[in-house]
Design a protein around this ligand. Structure first.
Ligand SMILES: [Zn+2]
Length: 217
């Protein structure tokens, strides 16, 4: 299965991505992981991406596209994958089509995690990120054993500036404006499946698996 996962920030996308990928036995490929791997590995693309990130700029599409292209050519991704964070726009969706056409394949399905905006605000503003390993905890839904300390590595947790409630609504508006064309693009191709992503992590995973099973090989 070649799956693209989309959903607003705070829809629990990263968590669902892990469970869904594990269920279907496909690698989870997130742009965040790809960026980190390229930057820490010191690849040419990683060096380019780092220049933009250090300057506080978005990594341009051509750099992101090249990193995703490299990643999709690795052995574990040849028979299927879950993409998280890519494509972000219609231009990248066309690039993804081109990459897959090289191996005469296409996207199987795009899963849209649909959530209520108030719920997203609650989810995002409760997030606490580890300064050391980047793992994201939640003060209500996914608490570390000790407040303010990462269970995984003992690192210090903090609230990212863009997880503050007042900025979350703005991000949701930006997300909706940017991704509406992408969602419409896949919907018009009849490749889009939406599920309600409100509820417990387990419930949402079950809904996702039920919605996707007919697309598995
Ligand atoms: Zn940590």
């Amino acid at each position: 299965m070649r799956l693209v996962l989309v959903g607003p920030p705070g829809a629990g996308k990263g968590t669902q991505a892990e469970f869904i990928a594990a269920h279907f036995g496909i690698p989870k490929i997130s742009t965040g992981d790809i960026f980190r791997a390229n930057v820490s590995g010191g690849t040419e693309l990683g060096k380019q991406a780092k220049q933009y990130m250090d300057a506080g700029d978005l990594v341009p599409d051509e750099v992101t596209n090249a990193m995703v292209h490299d990643r999709l050519q690795q052995d574990d991704a040849l028979d299927g994958f879950l993409l998280d964070g890519f494509p972000r726009n219609v231009a990248q969706a066309y690039e993804l089509d081109k990459m897959l056409a090289e191996s005469s394949t296409t996207i199987s399905v795009v899963l849209d995690l649909d959530v209520d905006h108030d719920e997203v605000v609650r989810r995002l503003s409760g997030r606490r990120t580890c300064k050391n390993c980047g793992h994201v905890w939640h003060i209500e839904y996914d608490k570390p054993k000790v407040d303010g300390v990462c269970d995984k590595c003992g690192g210090e947790l903090y609230q990212r500036d863009d997880d503050h409630a007042e900025t979350v609504r703005h991000r949701l508006e930006v997300y909706a404006a940017q991704t509406a064309p992408l969602i419409e693009f896949y919907d018009e191709r009849a490749q889009l499946v939406a599920i309600n992503a409100l509820g417990t992590v387990e419930d949402v995973t079950e809904r996702a698996i039920a919605a996707l099973t007919s697309y598995a090989d």
